[in-house]
Design a protein around this ligand. Structure first.
Ligand code: PGA
Length: 249
């Protein structure tokens, strides 16, 4: 059985005090679903967030990392540094990283390999732009993103990989893919994996949907058979909203 996962991507929000406050509010929420809960604070607060959730059913994960082991990469953070403070999972390939920081499928393939070499789990993000969807190219775009960044891996690597389909036009816009659009794309993603790695692997990989998931639409999106959870931006910054989404399963 593949896992249900709800991950909160805090992006560049929350200093230390706000991080402490939000975490203490998150801890007060009641979890009634079987979903794994993850939160991704910014780098400077990872250690503190990790320490303060040690006893809780919340995994603290990173939003990004560099592919190199160490060296002259000013401003970057390595997999080894994340592991050294207890972080086991990293988000890679978020569309904001691709758009604003020029991350490419090729550099992401390297990041994926480095994270796996450090026995980390990866939440790997991809998704088409509005122009791709308008041109009817969403499947080919998504297929290429997956192939270029992940198809150098063996099937066994997918035990450590969580996929997150995030149509760029739905991120932070208040516009969501319809539950049917999400389901169609998730089924296509699973088929793409099946063709390369076989059914056992494709059946086991959790595929999250991201893009304006809110308490009022999560239940319907999560009810689709190939949607195994969500990557939540805006709504992860409010404890009640985030747990309403966690509990939508
Ligand atoms: P959003 O962000 O929920 O604010 O649309 C999703 C994401 O960027 O992961």
């Amino acid at each position: 059985m593949r896992k249900h996962i709800v991950a909160g991507n805090w992006k560049m929000n929350n200093g230390l005090i706000q991080t402490e406050t939000l975490i203490s509010e998150l801890k007060q929420q009641e979890k009634t679903s079987d979903a794994e809960v993850m939160i991704a604070p910014t780098f400077t607060n990872l250690w503190h967030a990790f320490q303060s959730t040690r006893q809780d059913d919340i995994e603290v994960i990173a939003q990004n990392m560099h592919f190199a082991e160490d060296g002259a990469y000013t401003g970057e953070v390595s997999a080894g540094m994340l592991k050294s403070i207890g972080i086991q999972t990293v988000i890679l390939g978020h569309s904001e990283r691709r758009a604003y920081f020029k991350e490419t499928d090729e550099s992401l393939a390297k990041k994926v390999s480095t994270a796996l070499a450090h026995n980390m789990r990866i939440v790997f993000c991809f998704g088409e732009e509005l122009s791709d969807r308008k041109a009817g190219n969403e499947e080919i775009v998504v297929e290429n993103q997956i192939k270029k960044a992940l198809f150098h891996l063996d099937a066994s690597a997918f035990k450590a990989i969580i996929l997150a389909y995030e149509p760029v036009w739905a991120i932070g816009t208040g516009e969501t893919a319809s539950p049917e659009q999400a389901q169609d794309m998730h089924a296509f993603i699973r088929k793409t994996l099946m063709n390369k790695y076989g059914e056992i692997t494709s059946d086991e990989v959790s595929i999250l949907y991201g893009g304006s998931v809110k308490p009022n639409n999560a239940k319907e999106i999560f009810s689709k058979p190939d949607v195994d959870g969500g990557l939540i931006g805006g709504a992860s910054l409010k404890a009640e909203d985030f747990y309403a989404i966690v509990n939508a399963f």
